[in-house]
Design a protein around this ligand. Structure first.
Ligand code: DGJ
Length: 592
């Protein structure tokens, strides 16, 4: 019986897959991105792959021995990939002399632990500043010039501004040469095994403490014309530009040429100080509420975005010329109380300047958010616009977020920051990673179609309705309410019982689930903390019965039932509850 279902399922999957060339390329291809319907997937060794990861703290891999204790922890928590920093200073301690020992050691250990790696190239910039370049770069501020801020100062209220300027060919070429050498070496040692699946280039670039570089060379560039490449890109993408960016161009009359301020409006006066950390608003309360996500002193941020993008395009290009695997840049995000460029790194790949990055750095595959904001879903939406694939290199360990990112926003990966830290990796995250690892082939096969989505519910939220396959699903929060039998419909309380009445732990669960329609009357659900009701949305009998309700797991890709659910567990066939962190397979039937 199980075999029959599986072959039907296989048939369904092949129907889902065929239009999207999911017959991936050969196992020998380097890791790459591939379109799958509306989604973009990472393909490793000929198969789509979802990165279930964590990022090590910045300096965890600056020596191999202390890393020893970390690998078992990552494996025990079901990570399939780890994000690891590579410091330029250690990689090229003397100009032109490269030290591969740390990179090789990390790759060897990852293989031993059956894990993949994403390396983070800490080159010229990390969190806006320049603390990772080698001493021979840092000491030579003539060959490798720094930015200036305010009234052309190299010192801010909080100390020297040790930030390399984007406007130096020497700096750009030195960074690009080193990154090229890194990629050449990775290809030599990993070009066939594919332990390394992606690269992050630099980290959270952008100018802090002012809106832009105000060194003499930067001031000259800012007073000059907006480059023709950018203007041409804007003209040819006019209808699809990110709305908050287009607004700025529109407000200044959609000019086809001009200086940065003529085309994009005024920059910030050099003399106007902005707080380092904005706790007192420069915006009115209404603006704070509504417009913190927009561009402020737009021309400064756009100017910096262009210059970082051009610089990084050179670095990425040099790397891809050696070994072409997916490469991304990450953004420190604007926030309600850090709304002005300079309180977050000005010019980084934030959503409002994605078009500028796309125009300036076409070789960069992904513009990625470091996502600690509570508006998790809204940020995912903003980063997915215009076909940008989502990848979340830094975030917290919230298991509901990983379910949403994987099930609804097609993320290529999810990676809480500081995974090696002192605190244990939360067991809930490890459990969800395990469930997602089991479900990955099915999830990835359905991506890019309308047969998969995900839903999040918090305690007190009204029920949500989702049209999926042949039914509309009504999802109602139940939280951790696992150990009492749901009551038959006639006795259902108007709102879920508080956990104090049920003896469940006090912290409310943030419920989330991935919902997949796998056949006309069949669903798989993963996640939990919610009740699911079904209403048909096709003609025919309108009453819906629960057929097979199976809790289970995938073992080597085969569905194994661990509990067949009926009776008290589904209120005598009337109520389907997806308990926290479970996988359910459910079939339905209809009757008059
Ligand atoms: C964001 C940075 O990108 C990381 O490298 C790290 O510094 C974290 N912030 C610390 O929270």
């Amino acid at each position: 019986m199980c075999i029959g279902r599986l072959s039907l399922f296989a048939l369904f999957l092949s129907v889902v897959c065929l239009p999207f060339s999911c017959q991936a390329q050969s196992r020998t291809d380097a890791p790459h991105l591939e379109k799958h319907g509306a989604a973009t997937q990472l393909v490793v060794d000929g198969k789509p792959f979802v990165i279930l990861s964590g990022e090590l703290s910045n300096n965890a891999a600056t020596a191999l021995e202390p890393l020893e204790a970390i690998w078992p922890k990552l494996v025990a928590s079901n990570l399939n990939t780890v994000l690891v920093g590579v410091s330029w200073a250690q990689f090229e301690p003397e100009e032109g002399k490269f030290n591969y020992s740390l990179v090789d050691g990390v790759i060897a250990k990852a293989r031993e632990n059956h894990m993949h790696i994403v390396f983070l190239w800490f080159g010229c910039w990390k969190n806006g500043t320049s603390s990772y370049p080698p001493s021979w770069v840092k000491k030579d501020f003539v060959r490798f010039p720094r930015i200036q801020i305010g009234e052309s100062k190299t010192v801010s209220v909080s100390g020297p501004v040790e930030v390399l300027s984007t406007l130096s060919d020497a700096t750009r070429d030195a960074d690009a040469r080193a990154f090229g050498a890194l990629m050449r070496h990775i290809k030599e040692v990993d070009g066939t095994q594919h332990t390394v699946v992606m690269m992050q280039v630099e980290n959270e670039v952008g100018v802090l403490r002012d809106t832009r570089d105000r060194s003499p060379v930067a001031n000259r560039a800012f007073a000059g014309q907006v480059p023709a490449e950018l203007m041409n890109y804007l003209q040819s993408h006019k209808d699809t530009l990110i709305p908050e960016f287009r607004e700025v161009w529109a407000a200044n009359g959609y000019k086809k040429s001009g200086t940065w301020e003529e085309v994009f409006g005024p920059g910030k006066p050099a003399t106007l100080e902005i707080p380092v950390q904005t706790t007192v608003s420069l915006l009115g309360p209404l603006e704070h509420e509504n417009s913190w996500q927009h561009l402020h002193w737009a021309s400064d941020e756009i100017f910096m975005a262009w210059n970082y993008a051009r610089f990084l395009e050179n670095v990425v290009h040099a790397g891809k010329a050696e070994y072409d695997i997916p490469m991304y840049v990450n953004a420190w995000l604007q926030q309600p109380n850090h709304a002005w460029p300079g309180t977050y790194p000005s010019g980084g790949p934030l959503p409002q300047v994605h078009d500028v990055w796309r125009a300036g750095a076409p070789d960069i595959d992904i513009l990625a958010p470091d996502l600690y904001l509570e508006y998790f879903d809204a940020v995912c939406e903003r980063f997915k616009r215009n076909g940008n694939p989502l990848f979340i290199p830094e975030t917290n360990t919230n298991p509901a977020n990983v379910l949403m990112a994987v099930g609804k926003y097609d993320t290529i990966g999810f990676s809480p920051f500081g995974i090696d830290g002192n605190r244990p990796i939360p067991p809930d995250l490890a459990t969800v990673y395990d469930l997602l690892d089991q479900m990955a082939p099915m999830i990835l096969a359905h991506r890019g179609t309308d047969s998969i989505t995900a839903v999040r519910l918090n305690q007190g939220d009204p029920p949500k309705q989702v049209k999926l396959g042949n039914y509309t699903l009504t999802l109602t929060y139940t939280g951790r309410n696992t150990h009492i039998a749901p009551q038959p419909k006639s006795q259902i309380l108007a709102s879920p019982q508080p956990s104090s009445m049920t003896g469940a732990p006090e912290t409310p669960l943030e419920a989330a689930a991935i919902l997949i329609a796998t056949g006309p009357d069949e669903y798989y659900f993963v996640g939990g903390g919610m009740r699911i009701d079904f209403t048909p949305n096709t003609p025919g009998p309108q009453n819906v019965g629960l057929g097979d309700v199976q809790q289970g797991k995938f073992v080597d890709g085969k569905w194994v039932v661990t509990r067949q659910i009926a009776g008290d567990d589904d209120a005598q066939g009337e109520i389907l509850t997806l308990r926290p962190y479970t996988i359910l397979r459910v079939t339905l039937y209809r009757f008059p």
